[in-house]
Design a protein around this ligand. Structure first.
Ligand SMILES: Cc1cc2nc3c(=O)[nH]c(=O)nc-3n(C[C@H](O)[C@H](O)[C@H](O)COP(=O)(O)OP(=O)(O)OC[C@H]3O[C@@H](n4cnc5c(N)ncnc54)[C@H](O)[C@@H]3O)c2cc1C
Length: 336
């Protein structure tokens, strides 16, 4: 009888704050905190449950850490029909890779999952209070932002429809699929030259669209000329495509150039502004500054994946794994 009453009151106490959280672990700690007494405490809250966050969760779940992953479900590679250059998963649909990874981590009973968006974080002594769009409040001893980047689509007719399908940002990810095709580069200066170096090997024809009079240096122009790469100094005003598959670019000067794919790197921003509002520093490129352990400029706040490093799934997984191990040792030292 006593046991059943205790059990009931425990369930009542937890039901309010935990509704909506898929709890794999029922042993949540409710440590006293005057303002957030009902907010459950986790060893680690991972914000972002895509490749980098899932990789960190795996290391932490295998270390018996009490982890909550909160994910809003919009990874950056959603427009891409297939993903490449990640060993064992080459050519898979991006969502399928993430699905397999999520199944892997939810096998570990100390890992919980919440479909929600983190909107606010606040440091309170040794803990960070996290708030979500659906009104949940949770506390973490360590926070890991695995929140990725958001690409900003330029105001160019056809661009967003082609992005991820036939507008490419990375030759390693999608260059092979367009080998021997008619390829363009929309860009100028060192960025365009760097793309030309990498992409020339794939293309039967390669043209650079500099949008305006080119900033390429003479030595670069000469090298491009030697390699048969045309520089077209006119603004691209429209992309002709069928269901996102590029057919031609229309230029300001009236010319239409037939193309199968276009390399371009759009501007980006941090997908989640919470770490910056919390006080984490950014690099000049707009990435979160991290040390070799993936810790940001704030103690106890970590970052991994695209928000702080080179954009690729293998790197996201590597930095996530590094962050998971670094957070685990950080907690181990504190508790020992
Ligand atoms: C079009 C395109 C194609 C690509 N193709 C390839 C490829 O073929 N091969 C390859 O290796 N790489 C590819 N990449 C790069 C690769 O997708 C990224 O490097 C990888 O997705 C980074 O993983 P991540 O976990 O850091 O971030 P993401 O995968 O972007 O995931 C971030 C996660 O955090 C969540 N999130 C953000 N803010 C919040 C918040 N406030 N609260 C809760 N959750 C939040 C998001 O919803 C998302 O689920 C491609 C990228 C793009 C844009």
């Amino acid at each position: 009888m006593i046991n059943s009453i205790n059990r009931r009151s425990f369930i009542q106490k937890t039901a309010y704050t935990l509704s909506g959280i898929a709890l794999a672990n029922s042993l949540l700690a409710f440590e006293a905190n005057p303002e957030y007494v009902d907010a459950p405490l986790f060893d680690v809250i991972i914000v972002g449950g895509s490749y980098s966050g899932l990789s960190a969760a795996l290391a932490l779940g295998r270390s018996l850490r009490k982890v909550l992953v909160i994910d809003s479900g919009t990874p950056c590679n959603t427009p891409a029909p297939h993903s490449h250059n990640f060993l064992t998963q080459d050519g898979k649909v991006p969502q399928e890779i993430a699905h397999i990874a999520k199944q892997d981590i939810l096998k570990y009973p100390s890992i919980s999952w919440l479909d929600d968006q983190v909107t606010h974080a606040e440091l309170k002594g040794n803990e960070t209070i996290i708030e979500t769009a659906n009104g949940k409040k949770v506390r973490g001893r360590r926070i890991l932002f695995a929140t990725g980047l958001k690409d900003i689509m330029p105001d160019l007719d056809g661009y967003s429809a082609c992005w991820g399908k036939s507008i490419l940002h990375c030759p390693y990810c999608h260059g092979y699929e367009f080998k021997g095709k008619k390829i363009g580069i929309m860009g100028d200066g060192n960025t365009a030259f760097h793309y030309a170096l990498l992409v020339k090997n794939y293309g039967a024809s390669l043209q650079i669209f500099t949008q305006d009079s080119s900033k390429l240096e003479k030595v670069q122009r000469d090298a491009l000329g030697r390699n048969g790469i045309e520089i077209i100094e006119s603004t691209v005003k429209k992309l002709q495509h069928k269901d996102g598959w590029l057919e031609a670019v229309q230029l300001e000067n009236g010319r239409t150039v037939h193309l199968d794919a276009l390399y371009n790197r759009p501007l980006f921003e941090q997908h989640c502004k919470v770490p910056v509002h919390l006080g984490c520093e950014l690099t000049a490129q707009g990435l979160l500054k991290t040390d070799p352990n993936q810790q940001t400029s704030l103690k106890g706040i970590y970052a991994c994946g695209d928000n702080s490093s080179f954009r690729s799934i293998p790197v996201a997984v590597a930095t996530g794994s590094t962050a998971g191990a670094a957070i685990n040792i950080d907690l181990a030292i504190e508790d020992f």
